[in-house]
Design a protein around this ligand. Structure first.
Ligand code: F3S
Length: 281
């Protein structure tokens, strides 16, 4: 059996940094909280909960926390939450990915300069909720082509377009083209993170030349879901698993297997799956 494991699988730089900072705080001791689950991975979150790490799910819950350390995950948080952590005198470890922080800075600067900000991404995603909170003025969140076509600007101000870090690059270009074709004066800040694209490109390449493909990631992880869809288009025999326990592939007629994993999948789980496939088939 030939097994190919994607090099770009598992934690991206930003997620690793955030998860590492939680373990560093555990070593130091004290009351530790993450604002939202640190990653979309049930195993990691359960392990951290066992070690005493609490999860704060909303600003309302944050108001009931009087001491301890709050860790901000890689998606970042809204300015209001950030300020609330500070004013409540809580210790804060800001593990917002620097690529996300960069978007906060861009939208703050461009909106201060009077530009209308368009954020391309999922409006309910915590990263987008965080980004829009840094805009000082008006903004629009655009999720798809339909919304881009329906967008109207009441005056002739310039528009600054940014993107959620994990948005699809081609779709982003298509949406920007819609604004340009409609005659808007557009300043584009391409804020898509390379990590996602590299992961997807490699997964697609591997899936296109194996008999079976395994995609590992949490059930709630949208980047894993996207990886699964990409692989499935190339290789019909693609399976989405959270851990080794979910693997039910019948390898009888299979000579080659590819493995990839979402950005929230710990190395340990990828290794377990890889070792199992190598040892048993
Ligand atoms: Fe950061 Fe890119 Fe990961 S924005 S959190 S390194 S996907």
């Amino acid at each position: 059996m030939e097994v190919t494991v994607a090099k770009n699988s598992g934690f991206c730089f930003g997620v690793k940094r955030a998860v590492d900072s939680v373990y560093e705080q555990i070593e130091k001791g004290g009351d530790i909280y993450t604002y939202g689950p640190i990653i979309h991975n049930e195993q990691v979150v359960a392990e951290l909960e066992e070690k005493g790490v609490g999860i704060i799910n909303s600003a309302k819950e944050l108001q009931n926390i009087n001491s301890g350390t709050v860790i901000i995950r890689s998606h970042g948080v809204s300015r209001e939450v950030y300020e609330m952590i500070q004013t409540r005198g809580l210790e804060m470890i800001d593990a917002t990915c620097p690529f996300v922080k960069k978007i906060h800075d861009i939208v703050a600067k461009e909106s201060r300069a009077g530009r209308h900000i368009i954020v391309i991404g999922s409006r309910r995603h915590p990263e987008v909720e965080g980004i829009v909170s840094y805009i000082e003025g008006d903004h629009t969140v655009i999720e798809n082509e339909e919304e881009a076509n329906a967008f109207t600007m009441p005056d002739n101000r310039e528009i600054c377009v940014v993107s959620q870090t994990t948005f699809n690059r081609n779709k982003f270009q298509e949406l920007v083209e819609i604004f340009k074709k409609r005659g808007y004066h557009v300043i584009v800040a391409n804020t898509i993170c390379n990590a996602t694209e590299e992961r997807q490109t490699e997964a697609k390449r591997i899936a296109s030349c194996v008999d079976a493909m395994i995609v590992i990631g949490g059930a709630g992880s949208s980047n894993t879901q996207k990886l699964f869809e990409i692989c499935r288009r190339e290789c019909e025999n693609t399976q989405y698993i959270q851990t080794l326990d979910d693997l039910v592939l019948n390898f009888k007629s299979i000579k080659s297997v590819g493995i990839t994993a979402g950005a929230s999948t710990p190395k340990k789980i990828i290794q377990e799956v890889q070792s199992y496939v190598r040892a048993n088939f």
